[in-house]
Design a protein around this ligand. Structure first.
Ligand code: 5AD
Ligand code: SF4
Length: 484
């Protein structure tokens, strides 16, 4: 279990979960063993739950021990070069394991599978199986094909696949919080981003199946769901790309309506979502957030850069002023709402002045939390074809350090400002550092740690906070009314 801040779509999960094996209790009928590691964003972890569900039906049990596996799968990320390097290192280890256990099947799933396709099989000869994010239903057949002595690949992208009716097998779960994938793919074509190439066109999942999944999770004791998509603000059901109604007898559901439907599942079920896009985030989503207490007051809104010219080169579809207007809208509609972001340094042609604009934007927003990256050029993207990756590595690193240092100051100040209040906290589990303490989160996604008393995981308690570290509030349970 982790008790560090958890981001909410396409940002990274906590480092401690990256690559950790995934297990579910095995059944006697399941004779073959699957060892699965996931890398990258929350969407990948959510996809792994679909993969396990599909392979469970084909008779695979999961194992934490790679040495006893018949099938090893890595669900991979291609967003930055270093994410791919990590996976390649791991694949080389498995290649030597294969030399000793020839029956072992090793496969790559996810974004690297889509990006590298046959080259992983043919040129690099690292794996037997390559399966892209829209082809997981084909996994049992493909595994059989490999067992029959052939290599197998399916990297077809789909315009329809949402895995809507597949019940994910919840993996390494705390039984309290879960992800629900509401859409797949991305149509945005930000110039730096490989995702539109690896995950294909945007498509939204049937709202009925989303609400059903939320109900089932609630009935099973879960108390928080995170709605996942690359760009949740452009969720749409029963509308075509031009915005025309497809079936006049069916309701039209956009993200604001979907949030409302999920919020009504039960007031005791908390809802988070990720990731929003500044160009698409409308006031009606913010009004719905303000209307329902169980919609958590936390927005992750990646800015990438604080300079309009850089944003133009990034093809982000908004200006600095537009972004700041969205910040103002959040603050106007929800006086109290935590805001986090993604920032990138050293994008093609970024000048010192443009970088300074990112720092000044951060200064004016004062984010609770930020994921910060150096730009990494990705093959096939618009930026790779159109611009030179011309910022020297040491300049990228220095700029990254500057934004990280600034964010550290803001994050710590934000936590300090939250100290002293009483929060309604959903208990997620035992604190990593102290066995006699629980950790949970308040609506703003702050981690709160407190003595266990006789409270139970998966319930809400009020916690009076009186101390804090840089990112964690410390307190004790109270009968007092919560401020937030
Ligand atoms: N280089 C560095 N960071 C990237 N991101 C996306 N593509 C790249 C890239 N080529 C970052 C963005 C995005 C987050 C998920 O990853 O900040 O919001
Ligand atoms: Fe990539 Fe932009 Fe789509 Fe996010 S919105 S997945 S950054 S193309």
């Amino acid at each position: 279990m982790i008790d560090s801040p958890r981001g909410s779509g396409h940002e990274l999960l906590d480092e401690s979960l990256q690559g950790a094996p995934i297990v579910v209790p095995s059944q006697p009928t399941h004779t073959r063993k699957l060892y699965l590691e996931s890398y990258g964003c929350q969407m990948n972890f959510s996809d792994s739950e679909i993969v396990v569900s599909i392979l469970d039906a084909a008779g695979f049990a999961t194992t934490r021990d790679e040495t006893e596996a018949d099938l090893i799968l890595l669900n991979t990320c291609a967003i930055r070069e270093n994410a791919e390097q990590r996976v390649r290192g791991r694949l080389r280890q498995f290649k030597s394991a294969k030399a000793e256990r020839p029956h072992l099947v090793v496969g790559v799933l996810g974004c690297m599978a889509e990006r590298l396709k046959e080259s992983l099989l043919e040129q690099e000869k690292l794996v037997d199986l390559v399966v892209g994010p829209d082809a997981y239903r084909d996994l049992p057949n493909l595994v059989e094909q490999v067992n029959g002595g052939q290599k197998a690949v399916n990297v077809l992208l789909s315009r329809e696949e949402t895995y809507a009716e597949i019940s994910p097998v919840r993996l390494d779960t705390n039984g309290v919080t879960a992800f629900i994938s509401i859409m797949r793919g991305c149509d945005n074509m930000c110039s730096f981003c490989v995702v539109p190439f690896t995950r294909g066109r945007e498509r939204s999942r049937d709202p009925g199946s989303i609400v059903r999944e939320a109900h089932e999770l609630f009935e099973a004791g879960y108390r928080e769901v995170t709605l996942l998509g690359q760009n949740v603000d452009s969720y749409k059901w029963n509308l075509d790309i031009k915005g025309q109604v497809k079936d006049p007898d069916q309701p039209v559901v956009r993200f604001a309506e979907l949030m409302e439907l999920v919020a009504q599942v039960n007031p005791e079920l908390r809802i988070r979502f990720s990731t929003s896009h500044p160009k698409d985030m409308t006031d009606d989503v913010l009004h719905v957030m303000a209307k329902y207490e169980n919609l958590c007051k936390y927005v992750h809104l990646p800015v990438q850069s604080g300079n309009t010219e850089v944003l133009k080169r990034m093809n982000r579809g908004y200006t600095r002023e537009w972004y700041l207007d969205r910040m103002a809208a959040i603050r106007r509609i929800m006086p109290e709402c935590a805001i986090s972001t993604d920032v990138m340094t050293g994008f093609c042609g970024e000048t010192e002045e443009e970088h300074a604009d990112t720092l000044s934007l951060m200064e004016s927003v004062r984010y609770e939390m930020a994921y910060m990256f150096k730009y990494s050029e990705r093959p096939r993207t618009l930026a790779e074809r159109k611009f030179e990756n011309d910022i020297p590595e040491e300049v990228k690193s220095r700029r990254l350090k500057e934004i990280m240092d600034l964010q550290r100051i803001h994050g710590t100040a934000r936590t300090l400002a939250q100290k002293g209040r009483v929060y309604r906290v959903l208990i997620e589990g035992t604190s990593k550092k102290r066995d006699d303490q629980y950790f949970g989160r308040n609506t703003f996604n702050n981690v709160v740690v407190f003595p266990k008393g006789d409270a139970q995981t998966g319930t809400y308690v009020n916690v009076q906070t009186h101390e804090c570290t840089a990112a964690t509030l410390i307190g004790e349970m109270t009968e007092a009314k919560a401020d937030a």
